[in-house]
Ligand binder design. Structure first.
Ligand code: SF4
Length: 1007
């Protein structure tokens, strides 16, 4: 940098390319106002405008720092020092942000803390004025136990008990305690490292001194060397503080080296004594392992008698190995995960209430964050050329302003993030990526943690981190999905073709192409074989739909493999010759020994996985020139490799299916059902994917969960519905030493629970019965026509197709009009597009008051039943119609039942298939009924609309499966009149004496 550069505004000097951090670029107006100094360095404008003074200040102070104001050009050392001063000033400006920056959030101010409660070695602070309830205390103490002892935990706490706040306060209190411990530990580390460095520098200096002394001793021209030695003594002293001293040091070092080289030439056969030269004093340190002398001795074989005479010469002049410095510790990160982003928003709102202010980031996809709706490829194209941090995307270029504002505010939620991004026109996605680098608390959906590919793409490192899963009742599904993979033939063909093109100029891509090409060919072959087989035996191919007992078979036009056959099928795709050879060798055996072929297939996949890794050389080579071609193919190949490797390593835990229609792979005609396990969010995906392809289904969540538990310090899973915990432990494949089921806080007088047999056993057959919609309408009108229920009513049904049929029938027979006289009717549809307007209509109906609320028809396992909070008037009644057993016709469900009933699964303490099936149903059921009664002063009526809860042989067993906090409150009434009367009384009593209004009392519902 020349002198002209130095006098550029300080911000411009330090604007070195793309920076994720504190990069402040002066605005054009500010630059215009900055006075340009003349040659003497004096200020040409004695009273510049305020902005100009701000921009000028760092430079002037920098010049003052090296004392060159108006004087001669500064020396190199002075200039460096001045740069340091200017950099500090720039940092100060960062900490006290630029005047003129248009901030929209309030600057952070420390919150007042109440007296903390000591728990498990930490002091937990709650928001001022709040006292934790019993369930919150239980939750906090269990979480702290898990975190401090690094033990996995399962914590069930009913909805409405303040679980999120308890979870945040305890986890952040633990992190605060760790931060203080780490600070003290790091001060000690810094002291030890400083001592080691000093000892090393002293040893080096003394060695240098000794070396020169030795040279002087051997020199023919003693007077010249004496002079050199005299100067060399200065060299071992600490360098002087001014530039002249540093230059003298450098010159002396040069002279000494030259003298040494000259001397070596003159006296090639010089020999040194085996002892240490005079002057080499090794400092004594307390820890022998950290002792500099150990390093010196280890690297100085001349101290051994057995070393040849010439050796000391080389070793004496060899550099001393630098000491091994200790790494400072870092504060353990907390990954706080929930199922959906709307649940994360709720967590952030709670975070704002706590007295803690950790550094945090909320991870999301481009799809979710990008304000201009670009996908990954379009974004990569826009941001590929970075000219001093500037790209073709204006939002990207202003991401630092978003980061700066969020750092200044410290505590913010998603609404704040949105406001800030819009105000600065900055990219939220890259702002979050920047904050993630130094974040101590990371919030993200939990599939980000359990999906290896997402972890790699977002640089999520779980090593030593605490992972807390909130709303973890779906953790099994998410883990299974994380290890599963579906890919269409078109995707396989595109990927293979792109990799082939990249391989023409990058050899590594050929390794990946060699996997994708045969895989694609094998899928096509299998599809052709299965369709020809299906046409020959069309009757037998439908066997699985006719009888549901016995082993699962492939459907019409599909090929299915399970157990060890999964590995053999992959070997058939990737190592067909080896597999054929194995079979030939084995005479008489039908299957042959496929282990060699499987091993070969594994090595092919492992090689492809290595070259397509996100941080691998291939990705670097492509992207370093700003290219994006081939990156998608590499990402797809890596995703395929991850699933294939997992399947090859544990084939018993996978099933493979080649299907002519992936959207219906393994399904019966219940495409629109929400009762497939792991359905919910995948409804939309399914309707979009109608292509032929390959599916690898993971049958055990442990495949994804175990690596996370192994890397992390501990995994804490919390939810309102985790029971039965033994089953969850077996499915996740790790032990959970900490387990607790916290009670509810709501008094029993605020909950009315009724089992009704009005619709009989609401089985799949009953759901399809012609009279069902009408019977359901009449049942609801029993309460709605008399305006017994105030506010909102939620009605949960097993599948979308039933909701559609009910609405159509109600329209035809006038039921809809009859209900709408009392409440607005809305219903849930597959996919997320219509949910927001539907919710708005429903909430408006609650707030307006003219129709006295609304009725919301929704499915189990949908967004309404699992992700949303309907507190107070939003849900004064919940009708849970039927029991949401997973669809028996879904081959994935049947495969899972079959797997769980195997001897291997039993040895792993997993629930037998039938029990697993029932627990899946009741977990979804309990989630739905938990939408109401969300806090201490909330109240609602819950209806279990299925004869299997009322007068039925299995009623007690079924009731024992509903949430513990309400199962003892279930009542069955003899007549509709009694039911309506009791409900009227329930609501009248609560309206006359509202909870929290002075008269609320009674025992907690959970006992
Ligand atoms: S940089 Fe941000 S705003 Fe620009 S395209 Fe990418 S995600 Fe969208």
């Amino acid at each position: 940098m020349g002198i002209t550069d130095f006098f550029r505004p300080v911000d411009a000097q330090f604007d070195g390319g793309e920076s994720e951090g504190a990069q402040i670029s002066p605005s054009p107006q500010t630059l215009e106002a900055v006075p340009v100094p003349d040659a003497s360095g004096s200020d040409p404008n004695p009273s510049p405008p305020q902005d100009a003074r701000e921009a000028w200040r760092p430079e002037r102070e920098a010049r003052e720092a090296f004392g060159a104001l108006g004087g001669a050009p500064p020396s190199d050392v002075s200039r460096r020092r001045a740069r340091g001063a200017a950099h500090d000033l720039q940092y100060d400006e960062w900490a006290q942000p630029k005047r003129g920056r248009n901030f929209v959030l309030r600057e952070f101010r420390e919150k007042t803390r109440g007296a903390g409660a000591p728990m498990a070695g930490c002091v937990v602070h709650f928001p001022a004025g709040l006292t934790p309830h019993v369930p919150q205390k239980i939750t906090m103490s269990r979480i702290l136990t898990a975190l401090t002892k690094s033990q996995n935990a399962l914590i069930e706490s009913p909805t409405g008990t303040g679980k999120s706040l308890a979870l945040l306060c305890s986890a952040l209190a633990w992190q605060e305690t760790k931060r203080a411990e780490v600070k003290v530990a790091n001060e000690r580390v810094a002291e030890r490292n400083a001592a080691k460095t000093l000892a090393f520098e002293e040893a080096c200096a003394r060695r240098r001194h000794a070396r020169v002394a030795q040279k002087a001793k051997d020199s023919k021209d003693s007077s010249e060397m004496d002079s050199t030695i005299g100067r060399s003594r200065e060299a071992v002293l600490p360098a002087s503080d001014d530039g002249a001293g540093a230059r003298a040091d450098a010159a002396l070092a040069r002279e000494l080296d030259e003298a040494l080289a000259e001397r070596e030439k003159e006296n090639e056969k010089v020999s040194f004594t085996l002892g240490r030269p005079d002057g080499l004093v090794v400092p004594k340190l307390a820890d022998p392992d950290d002792d500099v002398s150990v390093h010196v001795i280890k690297n100085e074989p001349h101290l051994s008698d057995s070393v040849p005479e010439r050796e000391p010469f080389a070793s004496e002049f060899a550099p001393i190995a630098p000491p091994a410095l200790e790494r400072p510790q870092s504060v353990p990160k907390i990954y706080l995960c929930s199922r959906t982003h709307s649940q994360l928003h709720q967590l952030m709102r709670e975070l704002k209430r706590t007295p803690y202010a950790p550094r945090y980031a909320v991870l999301g996809s481009r799809k979710q964050y990008c304000p201009i709706g670009k996908n990954d490829e379009e974004c990569a194209e826009l941001t590929k050329n970075k000219n001093r941090g500037e790209t073709a995307c204006g939002w990207y270029n202003k991401k630092d302003a978003v980061v700066e504002e969020l750092r200044r505010a410290r505590v913010w939620d998603m609404e704040d993030l949105d406001t800030v991004a819009k105000s600065h026109l900055g990219c939220q996605y890259y702002a979050m990526r920047a904050l993630h680098k130094n974040a101590e608390l990371i919030l993200c959906p939990y599939n980000y943690v359990f999906d290896e590919n997402i972890r790699a793409a977002l640089e999520i490192d779980l090593t030593g981190a605490a992972v807390i899963i909130d709303e973890g009742h779906n953790v099994e599904d998410v883990c299974r999905d994380g290890a599963s993979m579906e890919i269409s033939v078109t995707e396989l063909e595109d990927t293979a073709s792109q990799l082939g093109s990249v391989a023409k100029f990058l050899d590594d891509a050929d390794v990946a192409a060699r996997l994708m090409r045969p895989l694609k060919d094998w899928v096509n072959r299998s599809l052709a074989e299965s369709s020809s087989h299906a046409s020959k035996s069309s009757k037998s191919s439908f066997k699985r739909f006719n009888g549901f007992s016995g082993p699962v078979e492939a459907a019409h036009g599909e090929a299915l493999w399970k157990g060890d056959d999964v590995a053999t099928a992959i070997a058939r795709a990737l190592a067909p010759r080896t597999l054929a050879g194995s079979r030939e060798k084995k005479s008489g055996g039908a299957r042959g020994d496929a282990s060699a072929a499987v091993a070969l297939a594994r090595s092919i996949v492992a090689d492809a996985s290595r070259v397509t890794a996100f941080d691998g050389a291939l990705v670097r080579e492509i992207s370093q020139n700003g290219n994006t071609f081939g990156l998608n193919a590499i990402t797809t190949c890596h995703r395929v490799c991850a699933a294939l490797l997992a399947a090859l390593d544990a084939p018993a835990e996978f099933a493979a299916c080649v299907s002519a229609d992936l959207s219906r792979a393994g399904e019966t005609d219940q495409k629109t059902s929400s009762t497939s396990f792991g359905a919910g969010d995948r409804e939309k995906e399914k309707t979009e994917k109608n292509a032929a392809g390959l599916a690898l289904w993971c049958l055990r969540p442990a495949v994804s969960f175990r690596p996370v538990a192994a890397a992390a310090r501990c995994v804490v899973v919390t939810s309102g519905t985790l029971s039965p915990m033994g089953s969850l432990e077996g499915e996740l494949g790790v032990s959970f030493p900490v387990k607790v089921e916290a009670p509810h806080v709501v008094p029993s007088r605020q909950i009315h629970v009724e089992a009704s047999d009005v619709l009989g056993d609401f089985t799949a057959k009953a759901q399809d019965a012609d009279g069902t919609p009408r019977a359901l309408g009449q049942f609801l009108l029993r309460y709605l026509s008399r305006n017994v229920i105030p506010g909102g009513v939620l009605v949960f049904l097993p599948k979308y197709s039933l909701i559609r049929r009910v609405i159509e029938r109600w329209r035809d027979d006038g039921t809809l009009a009859a209900i709408e006289k009392h409440k607005t009717v809305v219903w849930e549809e597959p996919g997320a597009q219509t949910l927001t307007p539907t919710l708005e209509t429903f909430r408006r109906s609650i707030d307006s008051g003219d129709k006295k609320g609304g009725v919301f028809l929704a499915v189990y396992r949908g967004k309404v039943s699992e992700g949303l909070d309907f507190k107070d008037a939003n849900a004064r009644a919940v009708f849970c119609v039927g029991i949401p057993f997973p669809a028996v016709g879904d081959v994935k469900v049947r495969l899972k039942k079959e797997y769980n009933s195997s001897a291997y699964a039993r040895s792993e303490r997993m629930l037998p298939g039938g029990d697993w099936y029932a627990h899946q149903a009741f977990r979804a059921y309990n989630q739905a009924l938990g939408r109401c009664v969300r806090h201490l002063h909330d109240y609602a009526a819950i209806f279990l609309v299925d004869a299997r809860f009322a007068r039925h042989a299995d009623a007690d067993r079924n009731k024992s499966m509903v949430s513990k906090w309400m199962r003892h409150l279930v009542r069955v009434f003899a007549s509709p009149r009694e039911s309506v009367g009791t409900l009227e009384e329930f609501f009248r009593g609560l309206e006359a004496d509202p909870p929290g209004g002075g008269g609320a009392g009674g025992e907690p519902a959970g006992g």
